[in-house]
Design a protein around this ligand. Structure first.
Ligand code: OGA
Ligand code: MN
Length: 294
């Protein structure tokens, strides 16, 4: 009788190719619709920690395959805007500027301000994966700023001003101060509001996996520095924001068809550069829960 052999998950061969600069690595030749063994997974995990943005090219994957791959990195977070979750896949947030029958099909202003996903939660996101479904022929880039670099190069006076301090992060701030002028943000129910009570996090956090320090504030969700008068807080935050997004800290991702991009929200902040509103742009996002910043 022939011996019964159980096939181990196949070891796909693929290349890990860093981009120029400190942020961004391309994964070439990996098919995320196929099994990936532990050794392959470990290479991806390491690339994520070292380069903060991992770009998987040309992924023909289903929403379920995106969810399954995302889950290997941790628990998935369900976005508070239930109306923009993909049918039968609540782990997927639709990021889109498309309006059908007068109704937006997804979150249209995701990323209009520099931010780290879900920094307004007690447990902000470890990382997010965005899979391109439909891309505009012009614009629509996503920018990523390296917050380890931002901390490492922060002038001494600013370092001293923020060390040991915390800041408030608030989801609801996105609905105020003219940030919702184009009305993409639907009104929140009392139930939704209860899920997004403001939180405080250290301004300088330590990445739990790579051990590096990073600035952890952004114009998207940070509202004030704890213990400072309003004007001082505003002034200091403005200086931190300006330093964080200096061109030398930023990688600009120009999307290619079916890219799947996995970034580290503990190391980076990001921004949607926007595209002409007449051009359709839709991506699917999964979001992985991280630790409490320290
Ligand atoms: C997001 C986000 C940016 C973009 O989905 O979290 O910020 O370019 N998206 O769509
Ligand atoms: Mn985002």
């Amino acid at each position: 009788m022939p011996a019964v052999s159980f096939a181990a998950p196949s070891s796909q061969s693929f290349e890990v190719v860093p981009l120029a600069g400190e942020v961004g690595v391309e994964i070439i030749g990996l098919d995320l619709s196929q099994p990936l063994n532990d050794a392959g997974f470990a290479r991806i995990h390491k690339a994520h920690l070292d380069y903060h943005v991992v770009i998987f090219r040309d992924q023909r994957i289903t929403p379920q395959q995106q969810v399954d791959f995302s889950r290997r990195f941790g628990v998935l977070q369900i976005h508070v805007l239930k109306q923009f979750l993909l049918a039968n896949h609540p782990e997927i947030l639709i990021v889109s500027n498309v309006v059908e029958n007068g109704q937006p099909i997804g979150l249209g202003d995701a990323g209009k301000y520099w931010h780290s996903d879900l920094s307004y939660k007690e447990l902000p996101s470890l990382g997010s994966m965005l899979h391109a479904q439909e891309l505009p022929c012009e614009g629509g880039d996503t920018l990523f700023a390296n917050m380890h670099r931002a901390w490492d190069t922060l002038p001494q006076n600013l370092r001293e001003a923020v060390e040991g301090k915390s800041a408030v992060h608030s989801y609801v701030s996105r609905y105020s101060e003219g940030k919702n002028a184009d009305n993409w943000r639907p009104k929140l129910t009392p139930e939704q509001l209860a899920q997004v009570v403001e939180v405080t996090h250290p301004i300088v956090r330590t990445h739990p996996e790579n051990g590096r320090k990073a600035l952890f504030v952004s114009e998207g969700f940070t509202t004030r520095i704890v213990g400072l008068p309003d004007d001082e807080s505003r002034d200091l935050l403005a200086q931190l924001y300006a330093h964080s997004v200096l061109p030398e800290h930023v990688y600009r991702h120009q999307w290619q068809a079916r890219d799947m991009v996995f970034w580290d929200n503990r190391s980076l902040i990001h921004l949607a550069a926007g595209c002409p509103p007449a051009l359709r742009r839709t991506l699917y996002r999964t979001t992985i829960q991280g630790d409490a910043p320290f």
